[in-house]
Design a protein around this ligand. Structure first.
Ligand code: MG
Length: 272
């Protein structure tokens, strides 16, 4: 399938594609950049992954998207953190106050890890950067509760809007729930083990797979686009891998090196 026909299909089908990757994205073959866990590149400047300062930097840099990770604590609050543990404790089995009072829990830049509400305050402050909201799989808490609390918090901040937020998850169950309840949102599955055709059967309208998965299944990009699905890839940091993903025609690249991706994309970078 030619790029032109691909672009046309991507422009015409699927509300989420139209909203997020927009007519401009399809017609001009543009690619969005998402900062993995915030704006990793700024670590040297004292910012940290999943920190409010990093989100602010990504927003100030005019990046299309900034990704972050949401977990439920033992008292069912939502904590923003990449790993399942912080300060030596399992997040799902520990109450929020531990993460807000024990020094070992602080981020590298001195911030305390934020709650979802604190994080979304910054998200709202400059909503030209899409929040790429990772719903972390839950072992001890309810995944349905993580979704309902997340939706409530997004609504409270005026961010429950498919042009401002997309959902990603390794949990097939959470992707299925989002597909059933909120089909208007871009909803990307992360695990890399299901073909676009089979995701689409369950109403899931996007995928965000490791770049090596897409290298092994290059046909999945065109297959997803033909089904009106969006294609993101994580976490692409080396020049040769970034170029390979650009050549494959993904819609979005999630990276620790947003400035390098920006340089390689030039005027093909999609911004809102
Ligand atoms: Mg993540």
């Amino acid at each position: 399938m030619t790029n032109h026909i691909n672009s046309l299909i991507r422009t015409v089908f699927a509300a989420s594609m139209i909203l997020l990757f927009s007519a401009g994205a399809g017609a001009q073959n543009k690619i969005a950049i998402t900062a993995h866990r915030g704006f990793w590149k700024c670590e040297a400047a004292g910012n940290s992954e999943n920190s409010i300062a990093s989100l602010r930097e990504a927003q100030n840099a005019g990046l299309w998207g900034s990704e972050f990770d949401a977990h439920l604590t033992a008292d069912n609050k939502i904590l923003i953190n990449h790993d399942n543990t912080r300060g030596g404790k399992e997040i799902e089995q520990t109450k929020l106050r531990y993460f807000k009072s024990v020094q070992a829990c602080r981020l590298k830049n001195g911030e305390w890890p934020s709650t979802l509400n604190q994080y979304l305050k910054q998200g709202k402050a400059n909503d030209k950067t899409v929040l790429v909201f990772e719903l972390k799989p839950e072992k001890y808490r309810s995944e349905d509760l993580l979704i309902s609390k997340s939706v409530r918090s997004l609504k409270r901040h005026g961010l429950f809007d498919p042009s401002k937020v997309i959902f990603i998850s390794f949990s097939k169950h959470m992707c299925d729930v989002i597909a059933q309840k909120y089909p208007e949102f871009t909803n990307q599955y992360l695990n890399g083990d299901i073909s676009p055709k089979d995701l689409k059967k369950d109403g899931i309208n996007g995928l965000d797979y490791h770049f090596n998965v897409l290298k092994n299944h290059p046909e999945w990009v065109a297959e997803a686009h033909a089904l009106g699905m969006s294609v993101n890839c994580w976490t692409v940091n080396k020049e040769e891998d970034i170029k390979a993903m650009i050549d494959l025609g993904v819609d979005c690249i999630t990276t620790n090196e947003p400035l390098l991706v920006r340089k390689l994309l030039g005027d093909r970078e999609l911004t809102l």
